[in-house]
Design a protein around this ligand. Structure first.
Ligand SMILES: [Zn+2]
Length: 248
């Protein structure tokens, strides 16, 4: 079927009727009264709506690709309960960190302290902020997942350990949660450290989350890595307050 429409065959007729919105003469077109300005606005609105839908879908795709667990997908600074000064300070520092990354600065962040204090929630807020307000790439992994990914590459010939490190270094921000929790095996720890060294070399920002104390963190990372994290700018945010999950 030929769907081509020959516009020259269509009858246009300018009428005396005025558009109530634009006060322009309306045109009789295919049996319908049409205001040219109204028609133009409709097309522009449809294009804007299409663009907004595309942007929304792209953002959802990027949030989904960031690797956040379902529980944390809707976590933001706004729904982080602040009832004491320590929490207020933590939220403020995390917001500053997000701002730095959005503006293209390089920085590292340590979120450490008791379990159940909402550290992962804060990291999810940072991730969502960055994705909403910039085109920077962000990826969340637990420390154990990183170690597992690298160990899998030893038996999987389609990707080498170097490629995994390169891939983990490519993100503008890498969030490593549960540092020190399931990576106690020396080899596993070494793998996570390899990623941290590579990110330092490429001047990429990293967010480390752990239940370690600051002293444990420093000891575990070792003097070289500890000083390298500082070199690219290091924010330290202690999270010591009651367990959210128990107090709720
Ligand atoms: Zn009109």
């Amino acid at each position: 079927m030929n769907t081509f429409v020959n516009l020259s065959e269509i009858q246009f007729q300018v009428t005396d009727q005025l558009c109530l919105i634009h006060h322009e003469h309306m045109t009789l077109f295919g049996g319908h009264l049409i205001c040219k300005s109204c028609a133009k606005e409709k097309v522009v609105n449809a294009q804007d709506q299409h663009l907004a839908e595309m942007q929304k879908s792209l953002l959802q795709q990027r949030i989904s690709n960031a690797g956040l667990k379902k529980r944390y997908v809707d976590c933001g600074f706004k729904n982080f309960a602040v009832i004491n000064r320590a929490q207020e300070h933590a939220v403020h520092r995390c917001q500053c960190f997000a701002e730095q990354l959005i503006s293209g600065e390089i920085s590292n962040l340590l979120l450490f302290g008791s379990s159940g204090t909402g550290k992962t929630h804060l990291s999810a807020s940072i991730i969502r902020n960055i994705l909403h307000r910039s085109l920077r790439s962000v990826r969340y992994f637990t420390s154990a997942e990183i170690a597992q990914k690298m160990m899998d590459s030893w038996s999987d010939h389609s990707s080498s350990e170097d490629e995994i490190i390169r891939q983990l270094t490519s993100f503008d921000l890498l969030v490593i949660d549960e540092y020190g929790l399931h990576d106690r095996h020396e080899k596993r720890l070494e793998m996570v450290h390899k990623v941290l060294y590579s990110r330092y070399d490429q001047m990429k920002s990293t967010l480390l989350i752990s239940n370690f104390s600051l002293t444990q963190f420093e000891k575990d990372l070792g003097t070289r890595l500890w000083s390298r994290l500082h070199e690219n700018g290091l924010m330290i945010v202690p999270c010591y307050w009651d367990d959210f999950r128990i107090s709720e």
